[in-house]
Design a protein around this ligand. Structure first.
Ligand SMILES: Nc1nc2c(ncn2[C@@H]2O[C@H](COP(=O)(O)OP(=O)(O)OP(=O)(O)O)[C@@H](O)[C@H]2O)c(=O)[nH]1
Ligand SMILES: [Mg+2]
Ligand SMILES: [Zn+2]
Length: 316
């Protein structure tokens, strides 16, 4: 007779329907998912039970999440990328050229998740004009996000990065090729996260990391290495969400004439005044306007999809 012993585990890697989990008592193991309904992601707390005569465990339940990092899938529906985070760390670098709009959108997602966020500029060893990069990064420091320059190649400021991540459940996100896996390998020693070959490094749009993987930091805490992106937007965000996602705009917006001001073209708008005065970064404001537009388009797309689904049901 086999005794079924359920226990709790954390999902540390996902490969379509195959998972790696960290068992509370038994270390790391492979796992399958019971049924088709459950969709565990990296960082999920799950209930698992042994499968008789197999090395794999069976995930029978996903416990409720503290938060979810999401993005819209191709149909405008919500896709969950990772769960139960405490820190979102956005990495940019000298090459590929930083896309600061992507950074803003990740920071917006962090605000919506109520998790802390930081902006890390990697490859400091090959920066051409440091002063210009410092100005770009300072826009985030000014509104309260920790920022730092570092280099996986020379080791500059890796102790700072380690301090930032200690004790957290952090996810490292950003464009492909900025050095996310390289930084993690520096912090974890033999993490063995595959990084792009030097010969391949100049090619844009390479995606060396293809699955999110959670790794334990020697100093305590965990870090999730995630696949690089070409673009990113938080899923299902309404105009109110977008506003909440830009902390300095939300703060300044309390002083607008109209309580429902969206800070786009309204009169007596404190945000537009603050942008003109240089108190709010003009590029961040442009980013806010773009994400407002995008959220409207996504809402329309979702609406159309729902209407279609409704029409099908009525036809039956
Ligand atoms: N000069 C320099 N090169 C670096 C540094 N960090 C990483 N690289 C190089 O940048 C390239 C990309 O590094 P990866 O660590 O694979 O980048 P990634 O962000 O994990 O990329 P994806 O997995 O595709 O998202 C590799 O050739 C690294 O050797 C750095 O600090 N300085
Ligand atoms: Mg990588
Ligand atoms: Zn306003």
């Amino acid at each position: 007779m086999t005794v079924e012993v359920e226990q709790q585990a954390i999902v540390t890697a996902t490969f379509s329907r195959r998972m790696t989990v960290q068992l509370v008592q038994n270390g790391s193991a492979g796992a399958r998912i019971k049924g088709k309904r459950l969709r565990p992601v990296c960082g999920d707390r799950v209930i698992v039970r042994p499968i008789p005569n197999e090395a794999d465990w069976l995930i029978t339940e996903v416990l409720s999440r503290n938060n979810e990092l999401t993005r819209p899938d191709s149909r405008g529906q919500v896709e969950v990328l990772a769960a139960n985070l405490t820190l979102l760390c956005v990495v940019v670098s000298e090459t590929p050229e930083p896309d600061w709009f992507i950074v803003d959108r990740y920071l917006c997602a962090a605000e919506l998740m109520r998790v802390a966020a930081a902006v890390v500029f990697n490859k400091s060893d090959i920066i051409r004009t440091r002063a210009a990069r410092q100005v770009e990064l300072a826009a985030f420091g000014k509104i309260g996000y920790p920022t730092l320059f570092c280099s996986a190649a020379t080791g500059e400021n890796l102790d700072e990065l380690q301090r930032l991540l200690t004790g957290q459940t952090a996810i490292i996100v950003g464009q492909s090729g900025v050095g996310k896996s390289s930084l993690i390998n520096c912090l974890i020693g033999d993490a063995g996260q595959k990084i792009a070959d030097l010969s391949e490094a100049s090619g844009e749009g390479k995606h060396t990391t293809v699955n999110s993987v959670m790794l334990a930091l020697p100093v305590g805490g965990t870090v999730i290495d995630s696949p690089g992106v070409r673009d990113y937007a938080p899923a299902a965000s309404t105009p109110a969400d977008v506003l909440f996602g830009f902390r300095e705009i939300a703060r300044s917006g309390q002083f607008c004439k109209f309580a429902n001001c969206q800070h786009l073209r309204e009169p007596s708008c404190a945000v537009q005044a603050a942008v003109s005065a240089g108190d709010i970064d003009a590029r961040r404001y442009e980013s806010y306007r773009r994400l407002m537009n995008l959220s409207r388009r996504l809402a329309e797309k979702r609406g159309t999809a729902q209407q279609r689904a409704g029409a099908v049901r009525r036809d039956r």
